[in-house]
Design a protein around this ligand. Structure first.
Ligand code: CXF
Ligand code: ZN
Length: 369
């Protein structure tokens, strides 16, 4: 494929305004790029945060970073991915910095330029539309479009018998939650975990904890439907933070405290409770996008006497090439029912899908093409 093609893409032209589906021109794949025809793509909270101005990106931009589809063309230097392959697109990484070499690509020293700058690393644009060039290459994909350009590093080949339309969220939201529990916190059989926020990331942490046979898992979530789903997916206990002033007291009453905590809310007051709920040698992982001015609200003396820690975890500290097939295998074996989180919407209903998720009616919206 040596020339550009026409595609349909959801464009953000103004912060806080709805996505508008427009005709765009997508560049032909370069030697190290892969052109993918989208089958389905998840909406992650980060996409909505970018659209609504809570996470800064240059405009106008095509977002989308949980794509799944069929490979339509590959550049001359691509060796591992072939035309016709079914793929999940994840985040991009350089492959040669200290952290990439150690198989921690989500801490790639080039993570931000490769994933959120809106252009290729050399500053060139991959999409243009009415009025000129568009920011795109979001997570080296911009998958809110019928066609996406990816790189070998963020393209994961999956088996053709898997339900391609719903596989995209394994590339970010589900990997972020499950990976945080499994790769970053290294939850072991019997370990206890408290998850703050029962959205897609929090419930994926629960799924991950169950896949590795963790012990008590408590989900703290104000939405009754999500609490009910958490129980169906194997939570030991759920807590409604709106019904009680004392979530910390409730956690202590249930199990004395937890080995690990994961915050998916980014809310300082919630994080303060998560850190206090830790038993000695515990660790609290932070996953939520915080308000820009927020600082970590932890009492250092209280942390010292228990020897506990707090750490931001990016993309579940996962190597997508290894972790996505692992989650897919668990799914096939019935040990990781991530499809329970998903509701499909036609691509044209991208705004309705995002709204339904923000209202708490849908955990993980997936746009299908
Ligand atoms: C994002 C969160 C914001 C920083 C980049 C990674 N994770 C998933 O969407
Ligand atoms: Zn995401």
């Amino acid at each position: 494929m040596s020339s550009s093609q026409t595609a349909q893409a959801a464009v953000v032209r103004e912060i806080g305004k709805p996505w508008v589906i427009e005709e765009v021109e997508i560049a032909a794949p370069r030697a190290d790029e892969i052109l993918v025809r989208m089958a389905g793509t998840g909406i992650c909270h980060t996409d909505t945060s970018c659209k609504d101005g809570h996470f800064p990106v240059a405009l106008p931009i095509v977002l989308g970073h949980e794509g799944a589809g069929v490979v339509e063309a590959v550049g001359s230097e691509v060796s591992r991915v072939r035309v016709g392959d079914h793929v999940v697109l994840s985040f991009d990484s350089c492959g040669h910095c200290r952290n990439c070499k150690a198989h921690h690509p989500s801490y790639c020293f080039d993570f931000y330029p490769r994933n959120v700058s809106g252009t290729r690393l050399d500053g060139s644009h991959t999409l243009s539309g009415a009025g000129g060039e568009l920011k795109a290459a979001f997570f080296s994909q911009s998958s809110f479009a019928t066609l996406a350009l990816a790189r070998e590093a963020n393209t994961v080949v999956i088996d053709k018998d898997l339900p391609l339309e719903i596989m995209g969220p394994l590339g970010c939201g589900i990997q972020t939650g499950a990976g945080a529990a499994i790769n970053a916190l290294r939850l072991k059989q019997g370990d206890s975990l408290a998850v703050f926020g029962g959205g897609a990331v929090g419930l994926s942490a629960l799924l991950g904890a169950r896949a590795v046979d963790a012990g008590t898992v408590i989900v703290v979530e104000p939405n009754a439907g999500r609490r009910a789903l958490a129980l169906e997916l194997g939570a030991s206990h759920v807590i409604d933070p709106k019904a009680s002033e004392d979530v910390l007291g409730q956690i202590r009453a249930l199990c004395g405290g937890v080995n690990y905590a994961l915050d998916t809310t980014g809310i300082p007051g919630v994080i303060a409770v998560a850190v206090e709920a830790l038993l000695p040698d515990g660790m609290c992982g932070l996953l939520g996008v915080p308000p820009p001015e927020a600082t970590v609200p932890a009492n250092m003396m209280s942390m010292l006497v228990r020897g506990v820690g707090v750490k931001y975890i990016v993309e579940g500290d996962a190597d997508p090439q290894e972790f996505i097939p692992r989650m897919a295998a668990w799914y096939r074996a019935g040990k990781f029912p991530f499809d329970r989180l998903i509701r499909k919407f036609p691509f044209a209903q991208i705004n309705e899908a995002a709204q339904a998720s923000l209202r708490g009616e849908v955990v993980k919206p997936v746009l299908v093409f």
